[in-house]
Design a protein around this ligand. Structure first.
Ligand code: HEM
Length: 233
């Protein structure tokens, strides 16, 4: 199959499985775990946490990674703005989603940051905030030299993908923790268990597709002058 056709096909499949993961997470939280309501003492305030993180730090973030590959011949500045807007949306969902669990814990007097999920999760969020800030200063702030932009680009690329992989791993660990808290009959293969397992599988497939599409050199911005600019911004 021709390179561009294959890219588009895999990109569309990625959208499908990514949205499926968000939808199934929404069904798990919305239908099986009581829905969404944010007020002091709300038993369902926590539910914003998994939903916003899956939507923001996995789905939107994954697409933000892919926009340079999707619009591989369009004006670089426009794509840079799209990338930034998507990352900013991901950041807002991430902050609100993490705030939901801290606030839910404060309401009930529960402990914070005691679990593997909490430790890896807070590290991922910190790395994302740092990556966003560094990206902003290196690539949107006026006056940074091209050589400095090129120097930072390989770190920005590596950490961009590493944070995405960490986000998926964190969501999988968090889901198992939530299963332990909320689904005592998980081993009897209830409908809820299938929703959770298909959601988790969708996250993994979305992770495969995004990392595959971003790692293939042939899907980079085309060689006719763009590749060079790519290294700088
Ligand atoms: C990228 C995705 C995610 C990140 C970065 C993340 C991050 C965090 C952080 C930092 C905490 C600690 C909050 C505190 O100690 O008060 C936390 C707690 C929690 N998260 Fe997540 N989370 C993610 C996704 C999920 C998902 C998908 C679920 C499950 C459906 C989940 C379930 C939980 C649970 C049950 C807690 C409370 C218990 C604990 O602190 O481990 N998380 N998460």
């Amino acid at each position: 199959m021709e390179g561009r056709t294959k890219f588009i096909l895999l990109f569309v499949i990625a959208q499908f499985v990514g949205l499926l993961a968000v939808l199934l997470m929404g069904i798990w939280m919305g239908k099986y775990l009581g829905g969404f309501a944010w007020y002091t003492g709300s038993p369902t305030k926590f539910n914003y946490h998994p939903f916003f993180l899956t939507l923001g730090l996995i789905f939107i973030y994954g697409d933000a990674i892919l926009v340079y590959r999707l619009f591989n011949t369009q004006n670089k500045l426009t794509i840079k703005i799209v990338h930034t807007v998507l990352q900013f949306a991901a950041l807002l969902f991430t902050i609100t989603g993490v705030q939901a669990v801290f606030s839910a814990h404060a309401d009930t007097g529960s402990a914070n940051l005691y679990s593997i999920h909490g430790w890896i999760g807070i590290t991922t969020v910190f790395m994302f905030a740092l990556q966003f800030t560094m990206g902003f200063f290196f690539y949107l702030f006026p006056g940074v030299s091209d050589s400095l932009k090129t120097w930072y680009m390989s770190a920005h690329r590596y950490w961009g993908v590493a944070i995405f992989v960490m986000a998926i791993a964190t969501a999988l660990i968090g889901s198992m923790e939530e299963v332990g808290f909320k689904i005592p009959d998980y081993n009897t293969r209830t409908a809820q268990a299938y929703v959770v397992n298909f959601m988790a599988m969708s996250l993994v497939v979305f992770g495969w597709l995004v990392t595959y599409l971003v790692s293939k050199p042939e899907y980079k911005r085309d060689a006719s002058g763009y590749a060079n600019m790519d290294a700088q911004s």
